[in-house]
Write a protein that binds this ligand. Structure first.
Ligand SMILES: Cc1cc2nc3c(=O)[nH]c(=O)nc-3n(C[C@H](O)[C@H](O)[C@H](O)COP(=O)(O)O)c2cc1C
Length: 227
């Protein structure tokens, strides 16, 4: 129903579709990072999701490692301190979201225990159907170019299938994925010995933006479907 139609009295009611379109798509960006890389990827995703018109919550998952382990690594300790004010993700945040983007480092070819621990708290949300029908995608990093990034993202998606989420992987829907290393499951990077991203940051940022924009778009479509 157009503005003019409403002005000239054709209809005073708002359709369901219009109501859905009037509210912004909600995107949760959930990350774990001990060295800062996945925090950076998550920040780029948040920027892009906002630019795509979404309301965004950028959150870390709760740390589960003992303080002694964190203190033993200067990089880990510094990152924990630098991100102490980033809110911790909850089940309610995921329930709120139409789209969710995860970013986690590779740990022995798998997801970090910290994100798995978060998932392990979500049984009640899953049981009540509060995690279903959301658009999701994931990003990762590892020390080696073939150190397990793809396995980590796919492992995360296994949990998503159990939720009934809709995986909005980038695939090869934009040339930037080729430039960023060609991982169709989700943007991934290699981290050098210095703890910094070893790939071209501009290209990675563009790949993250494409992935985030696509996940938001699928989230918006699902929001209409769910209404
Ligand atoms: C316990 C542990 C296991 C790791 N396993 C792998 C691995 O299997 N392959 C790899 O290339 N890098 C591995 N790494 C390196 C991390 O993936 C790398 O430090 C991380 O991607 C950096 O991300 P962050 O800065 O967000 O923490 C491991 C690091 C730790 C601490």
């Amino acid at each position: 129903m157009s503005f003019l139609d409403r002005l000239f009295g054709k209809s005073t009611t708002t359709t369901k579709e219009e109501t859905v379109n009037m509210t912004k798509t909600k995107t949760a960006i959930v990350y774990y990072s001990s060295g800062g890389t996945n925090y950076q990827l998550a920040q780029w995703a948040a920027e892009a999701a906002e630019a795509a018109g979404s309301e965004v919550r950028l959150m870390k998952v709760a740390e589960t490692a003992p303080q002694a382990a964190i203190d033993s690594s200067p990089g880990w300790k510094a990152n924990a301190e630098a991100t102490k004010d980033v809110p911790v993700a909850t089940g309610e945040d995921l329930e709120w979201a139409d789209a969710i983007i995860f970013s986690v480092p590779t740990r022995f070819g798998n997801v970090p225990g910290q994100i798995q621990s978060f998932f392990d708290t979500l049984g009640g949300f899953w049981f009540q159907g509060k995690l279903a029908n959301k658009a999701v995608s994931a990003m990762s990093s590892a020390q080696n170019p073939h150190g397990g990034q793809e396995a980590t993202i796919l492992s995360l998606y296994t949990t998503m299938y159990h939720w009934g989420a809709v995986v909005a992987a980038p695939g090869y829907t934009d040339a930037v994925t080729f430039a960023a290393g060609g991982n169709p499951y989700g943007t991934s990077v290699t981290v050098g010995q210095d703890g910094k991203i070893a790939d071209d940051e501009g290209v990675i940022k563009a790949a993250v933006a494409h992935q985030a924009g696509r996940t938001v778009k699928v989230g918006a479509a699902l929001k209409s479907m769910n209404a």
